[in-house]
Write a protein that binds this ligand. Structure first.
Ligand SMILES: C[S@@+](CC[C@H](N)C(=O)[O-])C[C@H]1O[C@@H](n2cnc3c(N)ncnc32)[C@H](O)[C@@H]1O
Length: 354
């Protein structure tokens, strides 16, 4: 397995090969089936069970409490996608793609596969027609009026752990690249707002021994952060703070990083968050560093064009173009200073107080 960040943001769309057009559309329509199949094998931990060598479906079913013949059908479908391989002796084995479904590898996608197929996430897609008619998100209606993060915090703390771990693993490859590609060393104190379990902050601090950090997030995220920061050897340079960026943001930083935060929320909610950051900055010469997608115009493939819909149905979130970023910053007390390319699918949108 490689440490390449996935998936590529720009370039050829994943279905842009030379298959007939109708077949490509048929494959697109099967997207939900693929999510379901990968969700099941990931959640059962099949890849971890195969780490020691090939095993039969009966053996895997016994180990996971699954129905044997049915598990075989899920494994066969996965193998057709190149995730696991079925051998002529009837046993299944790992493939390079299946490695990413192991729980203990850098860049693991196991928790993300669990998250994408989880009932509350999955059910939103059954109501997309409502969203396109009303412009409203489906998620809160299915979660008793709660936002995704209120739901995680109040109703599903165990699943919150799965979610936060999935974000951390996505950053295993991206965070060091972001820390390499942008000079965070010019900021004595970097605050990562909604920084999850601290993977990006740790990468920045490892790259710049003189920089100190503030990690700010909700309690379920901070819970897993301390262990990660200790493990990375940067805990003594990080102040962890629990709180809500809708209420306040810690003062005293020279750079305020918000990675994959803005895309979770509507423009109105984002303006609220950014005004809190602006208040925290006060008269300081600090920078706002939004790390998120920047959508290209017209037909160019970008992963975030699909993520945009996922964010929309979940909590009325959105991915944005440069023009939209500029407008959002200007409505919140900032001006757009620059857009820096970084690890795909993200850019760094740099703002300074206006
Ligand atoms: C999509 S995740 C991104 C996490 C991390 N920045 C990354 O790039 O992996 C969004 C983060 O926002 C945090 N968050 C959500 N609501 C929050 C709030 N009201 N105050 C602070 N953090 C919040 C979540 O706990 C989560 O860590």
């Amino acid at each position: 397995m490689t440490n390449e960040p996935s998936p590529p943001a720009l370039g050829t769309a994943p279905f842009g090969d030379d298959r007939p057009d109708q077949e490509q559309v048929l494959l697109m329509l099967a997207g939900k089936w693929i999510t379901g199949v990968i969700h099941v094998v990931a959640r059962l931990g099949i890849a971890d069970l195969l780490a020691g060598g090939p095993r039969t479906p009966e053996d895997l079913a016994a180990a996971t409490g699954a129905h044997s013949r049915t598990l075989y059908r899920f494994l066969r479908a996965s193998a057709a996608l190149g995730v696991f391989a079925e051998r002529s002796d009837g046993r299944f084995e790992l493939t390079p793609k299946a490695e990413y479904l192991r729980g203990d590898v850098p860049g693991s996608l196991r928790n993300l596969a669990y998250f994408y197929g989880e009932t509350t996430v999955w059910n939103c897609w059954g109501h997309v027609m409502d969203t396109v008619r009303t412009g409203e998100a489906v998620g809160p209606k299915l979660r008793g009026g709660k936002t995704w993060f209120q739901y995680l915090e109040q109703d599903a703390p165990e699943f919150a752990e799965v979610f936060h771990r999935s974000m951390t693993a996505l950053n295993d490859a991206r965070a060091p690249r972001i820390a390499d590609l942008f000079d965070f060393g010019r900021f004595p104190v970097v605050a990562d707002i909604g920084g999850g379990q601290g993977r990006l902050l740790a990468a920045i601090l490892l790259r710049h021994p003189s920089v100190r950090g503030i990690l700010y997030d909700i309690p379920t995220a901070i819970k897993g952060a301390r262990e990660l920061l200790e493990r990375e050897g940067v805990a003594d340079r990080v102040r962890c703070e629990e709180g809500s960026f809708f209420e306040s943001v810690p003062a005293g930083a020279d750079a305020y990083v918000l990675k994959a935060i803005m895309h979770d929320w509507s423009d109105t909610a984002c303006e609220g968050i950014l005004r809190r950051v602006r208040q925290a900055i006060g008269g300081r010469d600090a920078r706002l560093l939004i790390i998120d997608g920047v959508l290209p115009e017209l037909n160019t493939w970008h992963y975030s064009k699909l993520m945009d819909i996922a964010m929309l149905v979940n909590d009325k979130g959105a991915e944005r173009t440069t023009t939209e970023w500029r407008r959002l910053l200007e409505a919140s007390g900032f001006e757009l200073a620059a857009v820096h390319p970084t690890a795909p699918p993200h850019c760094i949108v740099e703002g300074r107080p206006s």
